[in-house]
Write a protein that binds this ligand. Structure first.
Ligand code: GTQ
Length: 346
C-alpha cells in the first residue's frame, strides 16, 4: 500500500482531530494490515554456558526467597525492555541452588519448565511434588499454587516458558503470594502420572481445567519414544521426527496457551526449509548442530537456547543425533484460525 500524500489542508485536519482522540486510518493502514507478518522479533541464540556463569554470579547476589524467582530473562534483541522472547511469550532460565526455596505463589499466567541441568530438585503444584531431571517437561497450570525447592547438593537450571505477554495483552493478570513458603503436600509423588500418564484415564473423568493433568512428562519416556520411533525411518522432511506433548483428557496441546514439542534430528539429517506464523523457542537437550534462521546461522549444543521469529525460513542440521524441545503460541493461533505454515516444496 502506498503512503497517502500530505497536503497543508490534510495536515491541518489531522491536527484538529488529534485533539479529539481521533486519527485517520489511511495514514497507518499499510502498517497495521501487512501482506505478511512484520515482526520486531529477531532470531537469536543464547549459549547456556554463559548463562550458567551469570546465574552463578546472581546466586551470590540474591536468594531465591528475596527474588521470589531467581530468573534471567531471555530478552529478544528486537524487543528489549519488554521481558519477552517473542511477541507473545516470555522465556527465562531459572536457577535453584542447594537450600533454595522459591516461595509458593499463583497467577493466571501458565508456566512450563524444561529442565536443562541438575537432578533432584522439586516443584510442587496443587498438592503434588515432582522430582525433576534433565529433559523433563513440567507444567504449572494457570492459578495453581507452585513452589520450587532444591534439597540436593547441586544447582539446578531450567528453562521457563510463560504466556506473560499474552496475558498482558488481554489485561488478565491476577497473582497472589501464599502465607506459607511451601505448600502442603496432599498427594503422593507420581499420582497424576499414574492416573493420566499411561493411556488410561479415570473413568468418568471430568476436568474444569484446559491444562493437562500430567504435570511432569519425564524425559526417560519421551526419549524412549523418539528412539523407538526413529527405527522406522519415517522422518518428516521439515521436522525430522517431531512429536507434540498432549493433554490425555482432551487430545489437545498439553497447555491451552503454549504448544510444546520434542524432536529428534538423526545424525547427518538436514531439514527442508520451513516457516510458520508461530515464533518458536528451542532448547537443545542432546547433540550438536546448527540452524539457519533467515540469513543467519546459529551453532548449538546441549542446553543452548534459540528463537525463530514468525514467518522466517528455518532449516536445522544435526552433526550427531540431536534432541530439540520447543514451544510456541500455536494452540492459540490455531483456535483463532490464524496459524499458517509453509513447507517450501517439501
Ligand atoms: O516459577 O513461578 O520465569 O512466576 C517467571 C514468573 C518463573 C515461576 C518465571 C514466575 C515463575
Amino acid at each position: 500500500m502506498e503512503a497517502v500524500q500530505k497536503t497543508p489542508e490534510r495536515e491541518a485536519f489531522y491536527k484538529k482531530i488529534d485533539g479529539e482522540n481521533l486519527s485517520a486510518l489511511w495514514n497507518v493502514l499499510g502498517d497495521l494490515v501487512t501482506p505478511e507478518p512484520r515482526s520486531a522479533c529477531r532470531p537469536h541464540l543464547w549459549k547456556f554456558d554463559a548463562i550458567r556463569d551469570y546465574m552463578t554470579e546472581a546466586g551470590k547476589l540474591i536468594t531465591a526467597k528475596e527474588a521470589e524467582r531467581r530468573v534471567l530473562i531471555l530478552e529478544n534483541p528486537g524487543l528489549r525492555g519488554q521481558s519477552r522472547i517473542t511477541t507473545s511469550l516470555f522465556a527465562g532460565v531459572q536457577m535453584v541452588i542447594p537450600g533454595d526455596i522459591a516461595p509458593a505463589h499463583r497467577h493466571s499466567q501458565s508456566a512450563l519448565r524444561f529442565v536443562l541441568e541438575g537432578r533432584g530438585s522439586t516443584t510442587s503444584v496443587d498438592g503434588e511434588q515432582t522430582v525433576m531431571e534433565p529433559g523433563d517437561f513440567v507444567i504449572t497450570p494457570s492459578m495453581t499454587w507452585h513452589d520450587h525447592a532444591n534439597q540436593t547438593n547441586e544447582p539446578m537450571f531450567w528453562l521457563d516458558g510463560l504466556d506473560i505477554p499474552m496475558v498482558q495483552f488481554f489485561d488478565a493478570s491476577f497473582a497472589e503470594a501464599s502465607k506459607e513458603d511451601q505448600q502442603k503436600i496432599s498427594r503422593p509423588p507420581g499420582d497424576s502420572f499414574a492416573r493420566y500418564g499411561h493411556n488410561l484415564l479415570p473413568v468418568d473423568v471430568k476436568r474444569a481445567s484446559k491444562t493437562s493433568p500430567i504435570f511432569n512428562y519425564p524425559f526417560a519416556y519421551t526419549r524412549e519414544a523418539l528412539e523407538k520411533a526413529k527405527r522406522s525411518d519415517e522422518w518428516d522432511a521439515c521436522h525430522g521426527l517431531k512429536l507434540k506433548y498432549t493433554n490425555p483428557a482432551t487430545g489437545d496441546f498439553a497447555m491451552p496457551t503454549i504448544g510444546t514439542f520434542i524432536q529428534l534430528l538423526p545424525k547427518g539429517f538436514k531439514t527442508a526449509r520451513y516457516r510458520s506464523t508461530d515464533a518458536t523457542v528451542f532448547a537443545a537437550i542432546e547433540g550438536k548442530g546448527r540452524s539457519r534462521i533467515g540469513d543467519k546461522v546459529f551453532e548449538w549444543g546441549p542446553r543452548d537456547l534459540f528463537v525463530v521469529p514468525s514467518w522466517q525460513w528455518v532449516t536445522h542440521e544435526a552433526d550427531e543425533d540431536a534432541v530439540l524441545f520447543s514451544f510456541s503460541d500455536r494452540p492459540v493461533q490455531q483456535k483463532l484460525d490464524l496459524f499458517r505454515e509453509d513447507r517450501g516444496n517439501a
